[in-house]
Write a protein that binds this ligand. Structure first.
Ligand code: GLY
Length: 341
């Protein structure tokens, strides 16, 4: 088959999976247990995604619509509009998505001025022959698809950045505010990840973030990297993550979690094993506290093909959002070390 014909048939398959849900992957829906899992900031995402799944949507449509709510929310400082900026005060967003039935993926990194990087990631998957587009190329690609540029720094996130900048160095020319009520400095790797199993038993996921706050411009974390910030295998399950992206990049953590599930681990066991692997591999001094434990955290959110789920973090418990088709809840994760101790 010629490359172009092949790509077009791939696009048709992608389009079909959105427009006609679960077209060639339908199974006996009596046996399917739909489930949606997300990070602690994702309860509105899990509610939206499950509503769509119950109406017959493909899991990818559902999870992207779910996280779009948080990307659009100026009050959430971890992602999209209102996400915390880089050290120059510019918001740079990363996202990826992965569609189980087609085993296809798309991603963008260091995308400026577009509040829904998850939607752009999906277009990279469906409308190009690529997986990852970054920076100015990603912005031009988004604009070609009709996305409008907007300022993503809100007054609140600008004040947090300004306070960070003013407190960087006591000898420079920036004075810290005397106003006691000014915004607290928050340094985050806040992110939203959302994975789902739909009524046909198909699995998809998405991860989207403004990345590490006050990062060096151009820094890319795990969120747009397939295998690090998200991985889906339609025969096995899916895993997404939040937390320190550098460790997930070095351990390809989400791929690892899915491979542990393939070998028979439950989602929770798989997430815990990945946490242990990361701790074992954290050897350099800058990553360790005086007691030898890591000075960072990561959390994993996993589902398997039968609709079982699990969440684990290095330090916990951490909150996660879970819709099991009966109830939309925020639950506590499993963990290696109690965060209070
Ligand atoms: N996990 C998000 C980041 O490190 O960018």
């Amino acid at each position: 088959m010629k490359r172009r014909t092949f790509i077009k048939s791939g696009i048709m398959l992608g389009a079909a999976s959105s427009a006609i849900p679960n077209i060639s992957f339908a199974r006996n829906s009596d046996k399917i247990k739909p489930v949606v899992i997300s990070s602690g900031n994702g309860q509105r995402a899990t509610a939206k995604a499950m509503e769509m799944i119950n109406n017959g949507s493909d899991a990818l449509d559902a999870v992207i619509a779910g996280v779009n709510i948080i990307e659009d929310d100026p009050e959430d400082n971890s992602v999209g509009l209102g996400g915390l900026p880089n050290e120059d005060g510019i918001v740079e967003l990363d996202a990826c998505c992965m569609h189980g039935p087609t085993h296809n993926a798309g991603a963008v990194a260091s995308l400026r001025n577009i509040k829904n990087p998850s939607k752009v990631a999906r277009l990279v998957m469906e409308r190009t022959d690529h997986v990852l587009i970054v920076g100015d190329g990603a912005l031009r690609f988004a604009k070609a698809h009709g996305f409008k540029e907007e300022e993503l720094l809100t007054d609140h996130s600008r004040k947090i950045w300004l306070k960070w900048k003013e407190n960087l160095n006591k000898d420079d020319d920036w004075f810290s505010p005397s106003d006691e009520n000014s915004a607290d400095i928050e340094s985050t790797t806040g992110t939203i990840s959302c994975c789902a199993v739909d009524l046909a038993g198909n699995i998809s996921g998405v991860t989207t973030t403004s990345g590490l706050s006050f990062k060096i411009p151009g820094r890319v974390g795990d969120s747009p990297i397939i295998g690090a910030g998200l991985y889906v295998d339609n025969e096995v399950g899916a895993c997404g993550t939040t937390g320190r992206g550098e460790e997930n990049l070095k351990n390809l953590s989400c791929l690892l979690a899915v491979e542990f599930m393939r070998m028979g681990d439950s989602p929770e066991e798989a997430c815990l094993k990945v946490c242990k692997r990361i701790v074992r591999n954290a050897k350099i001094k800058s990553l360790l506290k005086e007691n030898g434990k890591p000075n960072f955290n990561v959390t994993f959110y996993a589902v398997n093909k039968s609709g079982a789920y699990g969440c684990a973090s290095i330090y916990g418990p951490k909150k996660f959002a879970l819709h099991d088709s009966q109830k939309n809840q925020v639950l506590d994760s499993a963990y290696l070390f109690n965060k209070m101790k």
